[in-house]
Design a protein around this ligand. Structure first.
Ligand code: KG4
Ligand code: ZN
Length: 377
């Protein structure tokens, strides 16, 4: 047996031993290196986690992120192979930066667990993170845990909020790839109870931004123009129908709304700045309005102790203020948003989700990890 093979076998035995061992996880401190590469953000964080499931506590020791937005901008969206190339380039750079901040030695870091996003996302991009994480896991002989990116978005509210979520909770996940309601019975117990039938809310914001000639990612740009219009005018001169309001379920659809904006823009011809503000306002009124109304329906249908809102679109100020207004009708339900820096993709939320899964489950998965672009709950 070659030395390499011997080393791999030994490592396999160690990992399988770890898998079978019930570790005293609840009140020990766990240091997690978290890696996120599901889309166009390369992110690495080191978290110190404690408190178990009753009072999970997270200290972010190091956190670094490189956004590829400027590179993908010219294509109007994320190009998977370019995203992968950039992740491969940036992962070692960010690891070096985080380790420098945390004063860790690249040879013998003080880490108990490596967490990596395995889906959903762009598969070439996910593979970049997985391969990197597997190499580190082998080199340092540290176990590896796969993380569902969407669970990360849900649990991102565990940092920066005074209150903990109470169960049963409902999560409204609104990002560039997803728009869905997830019923959260407890940590680790998720089921999707409504989702978009076509475009995601963030995707609609990005497409409308393109129609208005605004740069990618369009969400913040469209939101800025809409806010400027709302500030100056109480009412919108244009209104778009709110899609799927009467569908009788908790599903969404955004492609018709985007097309309505396109037709209106074509009708107006060359758009001046005022017209762009009007269109952005009217689009945001409808896009956010439908999220709020569907949330009302969901809260009326079921007992929800906490409403959690996560994903890139949860940074939207109008969504936040409209949901805060809505929740005055549901005094039994509390509302949790992530802090703004954790709304879009990041590695901190991946570390949080890893700690919750690690604490909840008795086992670490066996075998090698694989990218799952369409991973669902
Ligand atoms: O969660 P995220 O970073 O990536 C995915 O997992 O998809 O979400 C990115 C999305 C983009 O579509 C972006 O336009 C949107 O979130 N977004 C916003 C705002 N900030 C980011 N949409 C509306 N208003 C915002 N303020
Ligand atoms: Zn995301």
């Amino acid at each position: 047996m070659q030395f390499e093979e011997f080393f791999d076998t030994l490592f396999g035995i160690m990992i399988s031993h770890l898998v079978r061992t019930k570790s005293p996880r609840v009140h020990t401190t766990v240091r997690i290196l978290a890696i996120e590469t599901s889309c166009d953000e390369t992110a690495i964080a080191v978290l110190e986690c404690s408190g178990g499931l009753e009072k999970p506590l997270f200290k972010v020791l190091g956190n670094a992120l490189n956004s590829q937005i400027d590179i993908h901008k010219e294509f109007g969206g994320v190009v998977p192979d370019i995203a992968k190339r950039e992740h491969v380039k940036w992962l070692p750079i960010l690891l070096g930066k985080v380790f420098k901040d945390v004063c860790y030695d690249l040879e013998r870091p003080n880490i108990d667990l490596i967490a990596v996003t395995t889906g959903p996302g762009l598969e070439p991009a996910l593979w970049a993170g997985i391969t990197f994480a597997e190499e580190l896991s082998k080199k340092w002989k540290i176990p590896l845990l796969p993380v569902n990116h969407m669970e990360g978005h849900i649990l991102s509210v565990l940092v920066g909020n005074e209150t903990q979520p109470e169960f049963p909770a409902l999560a409204l996940l609104v990002s560039g790839g997803h728009t869905e309601f997830v019923s959260v019975q407890n940590y680790g117990e998720y089921s999707v109870i409504g989702k978009t039938r076509d475009d995601a809310a963030g995707e609609a914001f990005d497409k409308v931004a393109r129609i208005l000639g605004l740069p990618y990612p369009g969400g913040p740009e469209v939101a800025r123009l809409a806010a400027e219009h709302r500030e100056a005018h109480e009412h919108s001169p244009i209104t778009f129908p709110m899609p799927m309001l009467k569908s009788g379920d908790l599903d969404f659809s955004y492609s018709g709304l985007k097309t309505a904006v396109l037709y209106k823009a074509k009708e107006l011809g060359e758009l001046n700045d005022d017209q762009k503000r009007e269109l952005a306002r009217a689009f945001e009124d409808a896009a956010i309005g439908v999220l709020v109304e569907k949330t009302r329906q969901a809260l009326m249908e079921r007992m929800v102790k906490t409403l959690i809102v996560g994903g890139g679109v949860s940074a939207n100020s109008y969504l936040r203020s409209e949901l805060e207004k809505l929740l005055t009708e549901f005094p039994e339900t509390s509302l949790l948003f992530p802090e703004k820096s954790l709304t879009t993709d990041n590695a901190v939320m991946i570390g949080i989700a890893a700690y919750i899964e690690y604490t909840k489950n008795e086992k670490l998965p066996l075998g090698s990890l694989r990218a799952q672009g369409n991973l669902s709950f």
